[in-house]
Design a protein around this ligand. Structure first.
Ligand code: SGN
Ligand code: CA
Length: 543
């Protein structure tokens, strides 16, 4: 306010009008300079199950995400952003605590998360930040570390979702992605103390299964036919754990009949949106439509009925049927992303319009990657590339040059220490991630050369076996255990789609030894062990 006082009192012979002009044009500038001296604000945008293949900045030509892309255009695009455990709630627990699943205790979607432990939002809050969490968090209990929280219970619903707002549940009418954006903007505009720096976790449910799109996008991509990835018809040779999964887009009727419990492979009702399947069997999808308002239901049926009728009339079989299912899945999935991208645009606009762009770190990422037909799959969980890797884009004009590309191995473990670093808060010694602040500013090229991975939720929906492993820039070693004892190794340079398990290939004997060493080093470094694996098996069985 020093400048303001100076201006008002300065004894120059300006008439009142000129003085007003100075105040109108100069004051906001000076105030924004003062704001720039504050620690940076943080908008951490996370969507659920958003594959990097479906962010146009990565160049896969499936869809257009101009608003998400803008973050990388004006900042950095990470080509090697990974998770430590490719499943929702554990990923969020890692993001909050900066610790691996086996240390923070939230190893799967089922066991409880202990909110009493430290997390970076608590640290920022204690340092004077205004903090908010809006959308999906998938961790039971009242979120700790937030001045305001509006979260979906569990997975949440696409249409007319319940939200738990500061601990009180209420049903809101409308589409979940839009509502999550509105609640976030409302907090930014009306609910925070604007004299303080802020942290907003803006976390979308979309594009999580079962991919219900907003009314205005129900027919987007209707005129397109997508080709599946080259390994869509994978036969899983040499990879028994991959063969045992239940997450096929185009499972046969026989495979669907033996699916283990609820969920599993792509289903006619829930996933492909048929009220009556092509064999004349009623699905349970009509139950899901009961949540819709009459107008939402009408829009939905108007869009899907002709498409479903045409599909039935075509009597598709075999490969053609598989490709039809692939297209139905991919289009619904991409439609939900369009609304996510719209919301990102609205939040970026808010920052622009309020002079906040310069001093705000914006991150866009997902809780894990996702299969868009690679190996014939949807879902995630495996340590194979498409679910291990996430989209990761980041903008902070003060430190990151526009158009930066980052090829270092970054993990979701690194978010907590990175945010604390930017905020000027000491990073707790027991956090296991590293701040990548210098990496993204191209200041420091020293960085890790391998990442460690664990996955625990088995037996469960999708039947992905327990495994852990290590990935370097070029190689990946995976160990599947519990009811199987299988090692896999991949040369990502020669075989980026991980079709050939080279673990027993004599030509790679040296690499195998090196990777085993790396694996053991990693387990030791982070404090993981066979005993811990066994403990988590017992906890799971006795839950
Ligand atoms: C639900 C989904 C699964 C998904 C898990 C975990 N089935 O169970 O397909 O793998 O969530 O997803 S659904 O029929 O409910 O859609 S996660 O992202 O929350 O980990
Ligand atoms: Ca998820």
């Amino acid at each position: 306010m020093k400048f303001y006082t100076l201006l008002v009192n300065y004894p120059i012979k300006l008439n009142e009008m000129k003085k007003v002009l100075f105040l109108v044009f100069l004051l906001p500038l000076l105030l924004s300079c003062e704001q720039d001296q504050q620690p940076p604000n943080i908008v951490f945008i996370m969507s659920d199950d958003h594959a990097f293949q479906a962010v146009s900045a990565y160049g896969h030509n499936l869809n257009n995400t101009p608003n998400i892309d803008r973050i990388a255009k004006e900042g950095a695009l990470f080509n090697k952003g990974f998770v430590t455990n490719s499943i929702c709630a554990p990923s969020r627990a890692v993001m909050l605590t900066g610790k691996h699943s086996f240390i923070n205790g939230k190893v799967d979607n089922i066991l409880d998360f202990n909110w009493d432990q430290p997390n970076f939002a608590k640290d920022l809050q204690a340092a004077g930040y205004q903090t908010a969490l809006v959308g999906k968090i998938h961790l039971r209990g009242l979120p700790q570390g937030f001045d305001y929280s509006a979260v979906l219970p569990g997975q949440g619903h696409y249409y007319n979702p319940d939200f738990i707002i500061d601990g009180i549940k209420e049903r809101l009418e409308g589409y979940v992605t839009t509502i999550t954006t509105q609640l976030s903007l409302d907090w930014l505009k009306n609910k925070r103390d604007k004299s303080k720096p802020f942290l907003l976790l803006y976390h979308q449910k979309a594009p999580h299964r079962n991919w219900q799109s907003e009314e205005k996008y129900l027919t987007l991509f209707d005129d397109k036919t997508f080709d599946p990835p080259a390994n869509f018809f994978d036969n899983y040779e040499g990879r028994p754990a991959a063969a045992a999964q239940e997450m096929m887009i185009a499972a046969t009727e026989e495979q669907l009949a033996v699916t283990n419990g609820n969920g599993g492979h792509g289903r006619w009702g829930h996933d492909f949106k048929f009220l009556v399947d092509p064999f004349g069997r009623e699905t349970r999808f009509s139950k899901e439509l009961e949540r819709f308002t009459p107008a939402q239901r009408e829009a939905w049926l108007k869009a899907y009925t002709p498409k479903n009728d045409a599909m039935k009339a075509a009597n598709l079989e075999g490969k053609e049927l598989a490709l039809w299912k692939f297209n139905r899945y991919l289009k619904d999935y991409l439609r939900t992303i369009q609304s996510v991208d719209d919301g990102v645009g609205e939040v970026l606009n808010y920052l622009d319009e309020n002079g906040l762009t310069e001093n705000t770190i914006v991150v866009y990422t997902s809780d894990q990657g996702f299969y868009l037909g690679e190996h014939g799959w949807f879902d995630k969980r495996f340590m194979y590339e498409e679910s291990l890797r996430t989209p990761l884009l980041m903008r902070y004009p003060k430190e990151i040059k526009p158009g930066t590309q980052i090829d270092q191995l970054i993990q979701n473990l690194d978010f907590a220490p990175t945010f604390l670093d930017y905020a000027g808060i000491p990073i707790p010694e027991d956090m296991q991630g590293e701040s990548f602040r210098d990496v993204v500013s191209n200041v420091n090229s020293e960085w890790r050369d391998a990442i460690y991975y664990t996955y625990y939720e088995y037996p469960s929906v999708h039947m992905v076996k327990r495994h852990n492993g290590v990935r370097t820039d070029r190689y990946k070693l995976i160990h599947f255990y519990y009811d199987i004892d299988v090692w896999e190794m991949y040369d990502l340079e020669k075989d980026p789609s991980e079709m050939k398990n080279i673990y027993d290939d004599p030509a790679y004997a040296d690499v195998q030894q090196l990777m085993h060493n790396r694996f053991n080093e990693m387990r030791e470094k982070y404090g993981d062990s066979d005993e811990l694996d066994q403990q988590f098996i017992e906890r799971y069985i006795n839950r």
